[in-house]
Structure formats: C-alpha cells, structure tokens
Design a protein around this ligand. Structure first.
Ligand SMILES: [Zn+2]
Length: 268
C-alpha cells in the first residue's frame, strides 16, 4: 500500500510534468473505484488543466483550473501510471486521462479498492476520513512538543498510535515498522511507557525514515510512478531474514492479517 514517501514522489513527479497540461479526453473502463456520478466525473475533467498537485496524508489532490480537484486514495493496490508512448493497457485499468502533451495518466487497481472523488470549490467534506487527518509528519506543525502532547492522550501499542491517521497522517503499516526499527522501539510497546528520550528518538526517526525514503524512491522511480520498490527496507517484509545490525532473525507477527516485522534484540 503506497504511503507518504511513495505519494510524495508521485506528487513531485506530477508537479514537474503535468502542470498547465490539459485533459483532452477521459476514458472510464472500470467505474467501481469512482465515487461520484460518471457523467460528472468525465464532464468536470474534460477540457480542464492541472493547476497543482498536493498530498494530504495518503490522499493525492490533483487540483484543476476550473475549481475541481481529483482526489485519489490509492488504498491497497491502486496505482497511477504515466504513459509517454502508446503502450500495453494494464487489464485492471479503471480510467485513462488523455493529456494535451501526448501523454496519458492512467489509474489501475488490482483489487479495485481505491477511491476516486471529485471535490468542487475546495469542499472536501464528503470525502471519508479526509477532514479528520492529523499532523503531516513532514510539515512544520509536527514538532517534538506536539508529538509529545499527542502521545499523552493516546493509549495502545505505539505502532497503532503512529499509524493512526487522525494523529499523524501518511504513515502506514510498512513505514511504521521501519521507523520503529530506526528508533529502537518495539512495535508492541504501550505508547504510555515511552521515556522522554525514546519519544525524542521516535520523533527524529519518523522524519528521517520518511525523508530518506523519499530521496531513495525518487532516484529509483523516474517516470515509472506506478512501480513500488521497497528493497531498501530494513525490517518490513523481511521476516526471518537477518537483522542488518545484530544478525538475529527478524520477527514477523500477523495479529490481524497485517504483517508487523521487528528485531527482538534491537527494539525494546
Ligand atoms: Zn537487530
């Protein structure tokens, strides 16, 4: 599932490549993911140009000139694909935006679980979970003070706390494992038991893991914004492989179907 770093790279790519570009045609192939009237979807996008692309939590906002925003929540398996030359159409393609610069922006989704909305005149109130989004960990509002304050009111395992989108937006199951590994904190720790220096370490790790990942992904991705490469991960998805620090096998838990990986030796 794409999280903040992948979405940030897609946002930057689109800002560099489609601003001012017009959508000349819209082809809907699988309407399941589109959460508005299809006629409205096509009519609002056609003949409209990209003004700016933004990210909020795990939502991508493609703002268009005529006061419409295309809001994309990729969820588990949604992907945006940028096509420069005519190429094979992924059979799971849901819609294609034919652009005036001879390119195409496609959306495909292996599970059709993504959610695509239109927002008009900056009204996002109809989009579930959008207005409750918490602090963006890369923004100036995510200070150590505010992080510490927020933790006071949150009980439960620290992994669940830092993936709570109402508290901090954009971190999901995968990057939380990487963050907790860097901070040396077990994902199972109760957030209320964290010592002041651990909170500080965690705050630093959140920013560092996310921004380092953005750097790595943007170098690897290029125009292939639909590809997800996480081979630089230290623990997530590396169950039973050896920890890079202590060589002890990485633990894998699947309490609710979601995989959690961590090192029992390095993370306390
Ligand atoms: Zn270790």
């Amino acid at each position: 599932m794409p999280e903040l770093p992948e979405l940030e790279v897609i946002k930057n790519f689109l800002n560099q490549n489609v601003i001012g570009v017009k959508i000349e045609d819209v082809k809907v192939r699988q309407p399941l993911v589109i959460r508005c009237l299809l006629n409205d979807f096509t009519a609002s996008l056609c003949d409209n140009s990209f003004r700016q692309v933004e990210r909020r939590g795990k939502f991508l906002l493609l703002h268009l000139e005529k006061d419409v925003s295309l809001v994309i929540n990729l969820m588990l398996s949604g992907r945006l694909q940028y096509i420069r030359e005519k190429s094979h159409l992924n059979p799971k393609t849901c819609f294609q935006l034919i652009l005036s610069n001879q390119t195409e922006l496609r959306y495909f989704d292996m599970k059709f679980m993504g959610r695509i909305y239109l927002a008009k005149n900056n009204d996002f109130s109809h989009i579930p979970q959008f207005e409750e989004l918490g602090m963006d960990p890369l923004s100036g509002e995510f200070t150590l003070e505010r992080f510490r304050e927020g933790l006071k009111n949150r009980w439960g395992m620290i992994k669940n706390v830092i993936t709570n989108q109402r508290f901090i937006s954009g971190i999901g199951n995968a990057y939380s494992d990487e963050i907790l590994f860097m901070a040396g904190i077990s994902p199972l720790r109760k957030s209320t038991t964290l010592l002041p220096q651990e909170i500080e370490r965690l705050h630093t790790a959140i920013r560092k893991v996310l921004s380092d990942s953005i750097d790595i992904i943007s170098k690897q991705t290029g125009e292939n914004i639909h590809k997800q490469n996480r081979d630089f991960f230290q623990v997530h998805g590396r169950g039973s492989m050896n920890c890079a620090i202590c060589a002890y096998p990485i633990t894998e838990l699947k309490p609710d179907g979601k995989i959690t990986n961590y090192c029992r030796v390095c993370q306390k």
